[in-house]
Ligand binder design. Structure first.
Ligand code: KG4
Ligand code: ZN
Length: 312
């Protein structure tokens, strides 16, 4: 629950990581069933943590996409039921816009125009934001998203799921000793990580990786390659566009190496939400929903999910 789009009154996250890690990745059917089981208890916890009653609520915000259809359907239908039952306005939120709005939940507020880098399990988008609700997509990934690349690299290295935190942990304090390629895609704001992933696969396949310190060095090399491309291309775009700030968001923005590299190297001020607000959470959706509400962008009770929704 969020007040005035900026104050977190409660933020309850029910993680499914332990369930999906058994399968080495997200199983869509399992995910939607788990959403069904946890949706109402999570809602009740959020209300009680905030010590709120339904009279205190102005509107219900819910993610309509992008994401897995089954899980989105559970969320949207629970939100519809609650909004209808309490006579509250319903606001459908783009998950990617929600990630950006995690930056409004921190002490330092964003200043427009800003350049937003969203790096999650499904997206690596570079978006110019000139005002609330005004998004222009400048770049995207041409193949794997940054988070997807981390997850696949961790699988190649036998480090488990989710791959981002596993690679980060393995790489800590290790030298990035393997020369892995970077796709710069000169003249474009797009990203590409599949070549890097394939290079890592060949490296592991063609060499003796039975020594765990080699695995750790490969993890550090992979992480450094992803970080270098994300940081360099984003800073270049920010300077070219003369934006006031760079806003990071999405699960990969929880990565310490990425956060530190941006802070150390960017001449443009960088805002990064705390790690818990980078990975998926409801507070960011509420923060984004607040700005829809303020602008009068209310949806009907017949809204539907859009699994392939994009931004801008
Ligand atoms: O935004 P998010 O929680 O969910 C999606 O919308 O996809 O992002 C999840 C992605 C996963 O691919 C995960 O491996 C990655 O974010 N991730 C990280 C870290 N924590 C999560 N990647 C690198 N370093 C991390 N510490
Ligand atoms: Zn997300």
């Amino acid at each position: 629950m969020v007040g005035d789009g900026a104050d977190i009154l409660s933020d309850v996250v029910s993680s499914q990581v332990d369930i999906h890690s058994r399968y080495g990745g997200i199983v869509p059917e399992v995910a939607s069933r788990q959403h069904l089981i946890t949706a109402l208890p999570v809602l009740e916890s959020a209300m009680s943590e905030a010590k709120a009653s339904w009279q205190d609520i102005d509107a219900i915000a819910v993610t309509i996409g992008p994401g897995l259809a089954g899980s989105l359907l559970v969320g949207v239908n629970v939100a519809k039921a609650v909004a209808l039952a309490h006579g509250l306005p319903l606001i459908g939120v783009n998950h990617l816009e929600g990630h950006i709005y995690a930056n409004w939940l921190s002490q330092d507020k964003p200043i427009f125009p800003c350049l937003c880098l969203i790096v999650s399990g499904g997206h690596s988008d570079l978006v110019l934001m000139r005002g609330h609700g005004e998004f222009e997509k400048l770049g995207r990934t041409r193949d794997d998203a940054a988070g997807e690349a981390f997850d696949k690299a961790a699988r190649i290295l036998g480090l488990g799921y989710p791959g981002g935190p596993a690679i980060e942990q393995a790489a800590r304090g290790r030298e990035a000793s393997f020369p892995l390629p970077r796709a710069w895609l000169k003249g474009s704001h797009d990203f590409s990580f599949s070549g890097l992933k394939t290079a890592l696969l060949h490296l592991v396949r063609d060499n003796d990786f039975s020594d765990s310190s080699k695995i750790a060095e490969a993890a550090a090399s992979f992480q450094q390659a992803v970080v270098e491309v994300l940081v360099t291309k984003t800073i270049q775009a920010a300077q070219k566009l003369k934006v006031e700030q760079i806003l990071l968001s999405g699960g990969v923005a929880a990565n310490k190496a990425l956060r530190e590299d941006f802070i150390c190297n960017s001449p443009v001020p960088v805002l990064i939400p705390p790690p818990s607000l980078c990975t998926d959470n409801a507070a960011m959706i509420a923060a984004c929903g607040y700005h829809h509400y303020r602008l009068g962008k209310i949806d009907g009770y017949d809204i539907d999910v859009i699994p392939s929704l994009s931004i801008g």
